[in-house]
Design a protein. Structure first.
Length: 263
């Protein structure tokens, strides 16, 4: 059975229009997409249908992507404001599920005191060293490629640098997902800035009950990051689930999220 979906917009604090879809009924769950992803290129399609049986699911285009507008200069705080607007629209509180760097945005929202009763994260990428010079250099390199209108090169550089396996990149090149990611390549710089701004100290400040998930088939870097995030947070648990590289099948993930949010 296909759940009814409505497309709407909400206005963030700085006037940015945030486009979102709402489906299902029940407590609110907001899904926060990974780098380069939005409603037109998302891993959440199947998950939304499964969660909609128990929750009102909000899936939005992060600023600068899809049907959402953008306001310069970019700042992580503005993405927090976007979530604040969505939470207000959802009735004043919402569970959050963030995938990859979307999980970092969700963490910043929780650290800033938004009304989030529970938080679930799938393999949030975090730099565990205090020296962020290499990360800052990577952000600068991406920004320079975007400024030179070299979007294809920017996408390639990002995917290679974050460790996406060659076979997955090759498959993306042969699909519509490549052009979809090129269309929002400038926002890859945004995600790098979110990563730079996410520290172990920030994680330690988040007391919201949090479930940190990892895939059994992900590389050591990703699984190690998930474990590090869970260890750094004062009220978190960590689970490893059957899955592929940096991903868990919807039919495995949905029951785990449902159980966590409902109990």
């Amino acid at each position: 059975m296909t759940m009814p979906t409505t497309s709407k917009t909400v206005t963030s604090r700085d006037g940015t229009s945030i486009a979102y879809e709402q489906s299902g009924s029940g407590p609110a769950v907001i899904l926060v997409d990974a780098a380069g992803h939005y409603r037109g290129l998302s891993s959440f399609g199947g998950l939304i249908g499964l969660l909609s049986a128990n929750f009102t699911v909000y899936h939005y285009d992060r600023r600068g992507r899809g049907d959402s507008t953008d306001t310069q200069p970019y700042a992580v705080e503005r993405e927090v404001d976007d979530l604040a607007a969505l939470i207000d629209e959802a009735g004043g509180w919402a569970f959050l599920y963030g995938f990859s760097s979307g999980g970092l945005v969700a963490l910043h929202a929780a650290a800033n005191g938004l009304t989030i009763p529970k938080l679930a994260l799938l393999e949030p990428p975090i730099e565990t060293t205090e020296d962020r010079s290499a990360q800052a250099a990577f952000t600068t390199e991406l920004a320079e490629l975007i400024a030179a209108e070299r979007r294809t090169a920017a996408v390639e550089h990002f995917l290679n640098s974050v460790g996406v396996p060659d076979e997955i990149i090759a498959g993306m090149r042969e699909s519509q997902s490549w052009s979809a990611m090129e269309a929002v390549a400038h926002t890859l710089v945004y995600d790098c800035m979110v990563s730079e701004a996410t520290s172990l100290q920030l994680l330690a400040s988040v007391s919201v009950p949090t479930l940190v998930l990892g895939s059994e088939a992900s590389g050591d870097d990703l699984t190690g990051m998930a474990a590090t995030v869970a260890k750094a947070m004062p009220n978190s648990s960590h689970r490893s689930l059957p899955g592929g590289w940096h991903g868990i099948p919807d039919d495995v993930l949905a029951p785990v999220l449902t159980e966590f949010f409902e109990h």
